[in-house]
Design a protein around this ligand. Structure first.
Ligand code: NAD
Length: 502
């Protein structure tokens, strides 16, 4: 059933049916666990050739003026608007997101296209004061090269668009290795992009976007290929530990967007109704499978007994189920491995004195689909599984009494992606955002850890990898900067007063 619907959606979006059968990569929907198609994967040798072709595309594309490149991204945004419903539905089928989150992911793609179109006329460099008379100094931003995108299963299309929309206006070509768990939405994006290219006309070279279907071996080709100037890799910290040093070895640029272990702090003055809603969405939304999912919660002991029982009630009553056939708020985990990891973390938590509410599997009529009740675990302290990211809906709740100590605890984990504080106390809020507050790339006040907008730079510190993509000046990673000094005088004064008369 789901297979038929998926094939019909893919065909409507323009994906070539020949690509969808007779392959070696089985693609399943987590909604029912059923296999949808078996895709052909690309061999490492062919992946290398595809990258060479993408480099040729780059050489032509870099000569197209920025605002014109922006026009292609504008058309991409239009095509995404026109196909939002189908692509959103595909995201729900392939990842198990509830419909509003599937559609929200496509909206995020549209938003970044809009952002990038504006950016295409704002790739500014500075004019810089020079110490030498009759000279002018400036910086210019040039296209960088082939941009490799490696993406994770949980945002199968938005992460590509964050990278691709910027890379394209910056004059780069894009080679994308989607997660092997979610290649169908990638093929759909490739087809949507092809529509934009067809409308754009002949100035778009062939192979401006290439999708490489395959597993990590194909990702490794992208990482090691000398013609890939930048790899933007989104996934686990484990993946980043492998990819980062390999890129460093050949001095390629890396944008690493890795795991998170995000925390919230609920202070004595917090608006508890607001905090409750934000915590529920942050911790249970997307079945706990966002990099920004709320995983640790520190609650001041003066409000613990007011908040935590309400939170437990929300956990017990939240609807879990088939996101395509019900209005459930929590869909399935991606696969059995995710379920096993969750159960292992919960038994570790119990061994460390944790009191677990929820976490059981929810039988939903499909033996290969993994639905779980989100788990809330009251922990005596931050240790064991609390310090690691488990990519499932587990929220560890801990009591605190001292603000300095809770800030220390907040920062005492490897990851540094997102964070939030719930308070109406200005001093606490400002402290949290200050140099000795949250050490994360994202720090929020009175909103949850997840659900970032595209206008800000997105990414995190420490084991999250340090990369930034999406808004603000993240575009600079996709271009190379040249500093130019022009002498329009008849003299040749040297900088720093050096004399060298011959
Ligand atoms: P994963 O690390 O298993 O896989 C991510 C991608 O990396 C896949 O495309 C995979 O094929 C590829 N890959 C794996 N090893 C590789 C290697 N050695 N060389 C090249 N490519 C390799 O991650 P996942 O399970 O798909 O996604 C979940 C993880 O992603 C979580 O840890 C989550 O926090 C993280 N994530 C981070 C962000 C962010 O922006 N920081 C966003 C989404 C997800």
């Amino acid at each position: 059933m789901l297979a038929q619907e998926t094939l019909a959606l893919l065909s409507k979006l323009g994906v070539d049916a020949a690509a969808l059968s007779g392959g070696d990569l089985a693609v399943h929907s987590p909604v029912t666990g059923e296999q949808i198609v078996a895709l052909k994967t690309i061999s490492p040798a062919d992946a290398g050739k595809a990258i060479d072709a993408a480099h040729e595309a780059f050489k032509a594309w870099r000569l197209v003026p920025g605002p014109k490149r922006g026009e292609l991204v504008r058309l991409l945004g239009e095509e995404l608007r026109a196909h939002k419903a189908e692509l959103g539905r595909l995201v729900s089928i392939e990842v198990g997101k509830i419909p509003s989150e599937g559609l929200g992911e496509v909206q995020e793609m549209i938003d970044i296209c809009d952002f990038a179109v504006g950016l295409s006329r704002q790739l500014y460099g500075l004019t810089i004061a020079t110490e030498r008379p009759g000279h002018r100094m400036m910086e210019t931003w040039h296209p960088l090269g082939v941009v490799g995108v490696i993406s994770a299963f949980n945002f199968p299309v938005a992460v590509w668009s964050w990278n691709a929309a910027l890379a394209l206006v910056c004059g780069d070509s894009v080679v994308w290795k989607p997660s092997e768990k979610t290649p169908l939405t990638a093929l759909a994006c490739e087809a949507i992009f092809a529509r934009a290219v067809a409308r754009f006309g002949k100035d778009a070279p062939a192979n401006l976007l290439t999708v490489l279907v395959g597993d990590r071996a194909v990702g490794e080709v992208l990482v090691d290929h000398p013609k890939v100037a930048l790899v933007s890799a989104t996934g686990s910290t484990r993946m980043g530990r492998e990819v980062g040093p390999r890129l460093a070895r050949r001095f390629a640029r890396a944008v690493l967007e890795l795991g998170g272990n995000n925390a919230g702090i609920v202070c004595p003055s917090a608006d508890l109704d607001m905090a409750l809603r934000a915590i529920a969405f942050g911790a249970m939304g997307t079945a706990g499978q966002r990099c920004t999912t709320l995983r640790r919660l520190f609650v001041h002991d003066s409000v613990y007994d007011q908040l935590v029982p309400r939170l437990k009630k929300a956990y017990q009553s939240v609807s879990v189920g088939n996101p395509l056939e019900s209005s459930a708020l929590v869909g399935p985990l991606i696969d059995k491995a995710a379920f096993d990891n969750m159960q292992k973390a919960l038994s570790d938590a119990r061994a460390h004195g944790g009191k677990v509410t929820g976490g059981e599997r929810f039988e939903n009529g499909h033996k290969d689909a993994y639905y779980v009740h989100p788990a809330l675990v009251e922990m005596p302290k931050q240790e064991g599984p609390v310090t690691e990211e488990t990519f499932a809906p587990i929220l560890y709740v801990m009591k605190y009494s001292d603000f300095d100590a809770v800030l220390d605890n907040h920062n005492a984990v490897g990851a540094g992606l997102s964070s939030s504080i719930f308070t109406r106390d200005l001093q606490e809020s400002e402290r949290f955002l200050s140099a000795d507050g949250s050490d994360c790339g994202i720090a929020n006040v009175n909103i949850g850890t997840s659900g970032a907008e595209i206008g800000g730079a997105f990414g995190g510190e420490k084991e999250t990898g340090g990369g930034r993509e999406s808004g603000s000046d993240a575009w600079k990673a996709y271009m190379r900067r040249a500093t130019n000094t022009i002498n329009y005088s008849r003299e040749l004064p040297l900088a720093q007063g050096v004399s060298f008369d011959i």
